[in-house]
Structure formats: C-alpha cells, structure tokens
Design a protein around this ligand. Structure first.
Ligand code: C5P
Length: 220
C-alpha cells in the first residue's frame, strides 16, 4: 500500500532536515530530503563546468543526472552516478549555486516527478518529504502538510551555534540571500490553505519533533 505522505516545507535553517529525519526515525517512516536533489544537480553542474545561469545548459545536464538518495533515515546517503556526494553537496560553493538551477522550470518539473516516484516506492508505513514546495506543488493532496518556521533570529542563532564568528556571519548572509532568491520561485514563508504551521522559535529540537509528530497523529 502507498505510504502515508507527510509533506514539510520551510526556509533554510529552520531545522527542517534534522527534524524531518528524527520524525521519520521515530515513526519508522521513510525520509526524502528534496533539497539534496537540487544540491546534487548543482554539484554536477559545477563538476561539468557548466554555467549555472545558462538554463539550457543546466537542462541538458539533467540528461546525465543519475541520482540516488537513500530514503532510510538511518542510512542517509546521496550519490551522483558512482560518486558519494553526501558531504560535497553541503559545501558553500554548492549552496551558492543551487538557487540558480532551482529556478529553472524544467528542472523543477523533472525533479517533482522524481520525488513523487521515490515517495510512492518507499517500503514503510509513511514517508516524510521535506523541501520548499512539497505542501503546494509536489503533494498538495497529502494527508499531512506542515510549514515549519522559526523567526529569522532563531534560525541564524542555531546556525551560528555550530560555527566560528566569521563563518557564522557569512553563513547567515548566505542563508538570507538564498531564502530571498528561493522565495521568488516558490512561497515557503506563508502556509497555503490547509497547511499547519509549526513555529519552532520557542521550542528546542525534541519539542519541535514532538510538535510535528502531534500534527501527524492529529491528521490521521
Ligand atoms: O533544503 P536545502 O536548503 O538543502 O535546499 C537547497 C536548495 O534547493 C534551496 O535553497 C532551493 O533552491 C532548492 N529547493 C527547492 N525546492 C525544494 C527543495 C529545495 O527549490 N523542494
């Protein structure tokens, strides 16, 4: 039977990925990090020396985009062809390039199909799919749809806690820039009709995970 689809959207640094992964682990669900697919494509674009702002060249890159992402939250890995890119896709050069490729409509259309197929094929009672347009485009009919937000201050503070002062300032600026670019393409700052907002500004990690699980329990 088809796994229960849990759609989660939110801005960068909202803790979306780690919260979604923990929720999936707790419920025995699969987990799909859609941002990782956009990042993997951006990585391949850079690897091939393609100009990230050349939409046609980016679209051609999709032809040899052989992408794998594990949906087991305990065995998270991302590969392009034979190359393990799990860590490489987090590099600042990839973060800086990803919005340019994510705004190409043909790229989005291609990946949306891929995400639906991966989610439907997950061998678990449910699947947590997180990104920017999951509640609105990938799965607008999902039984559970959540917008995970946090004040900009809280998001920057969480990111900074992991970094040195200089790196924190740079990462904060990068996050803001990426959210601005991304939100011109898809709206993940306002909850669409029927989407439940979970605001984690005043919550710690465990409380946020519990709040998401409560929404899932409520909707079923
Ligand atoms: O979630 P993460 O920050 O890793 O996403 C990386 C980038 O992928 C985002 O900045 C955005 O450009 C793109 N993205 C998207 N739609 C999604 C998920 C990610 O456009 N559903």
């Amino acid at each position: 039977s088809t796994p229960v689809f849990v759609a989660i959207d939110g801005p960068a640094g909202s803790g979306k990925s780690s919260v979604s992964k923990a929720v999936a682990r707790t419920l025995g669900y699969g987990y799909l990090d859609t941002g990782a697919a956009y990042r993997a494509l951006a990585w391949l674009v850079l690897e091939n020396g393609v100009d990230k702002d050349d939409a046609d060249a980016v679209i051609r890159t999709l032809d040899d985009f052989d992408y794998f992402i594990a949906t087991d939250p305990d065995a998270y890995v991302v590969r392009v062809g034979q190359t393990d890119v799990t860590d490489a896709i987090r590099e600042p050069r990839v973060s800086a390039a990803v919005s340019a490729i994510a705004r190409v409509p043909a790229v989005r259309a291609h990946l949306v199909q891929l995400f639906r197929r991966i989610a439907a094929g997950v061998d678990a009672p449910g699947v947590v799919v997180e990104g920017r347009d999951i509640t609105t485009v990938v799965a607008p009919d999902a039984p559970v749809r959540i917008l995970l937000t946090a004040s900009e201050e809280a998001r920057m503070a969480r990111r900074s806690a992991e970094l040195q002062d200089d790196a924190a300032a740079t990462a904060g600026a990068e996050l803001k820039k990426r959210d601005q670019a991304d939100s011109r393409v898809v709206d993940f700052l306002n909850a669409a009709e029927g989407v439940t907002t979970v605001d984690s500004t005043e919550l710690n990690f465990a409380e946020t995970v519990d709040a998401v699980i409560a929404v899932i329990a409520d909707t079923q």
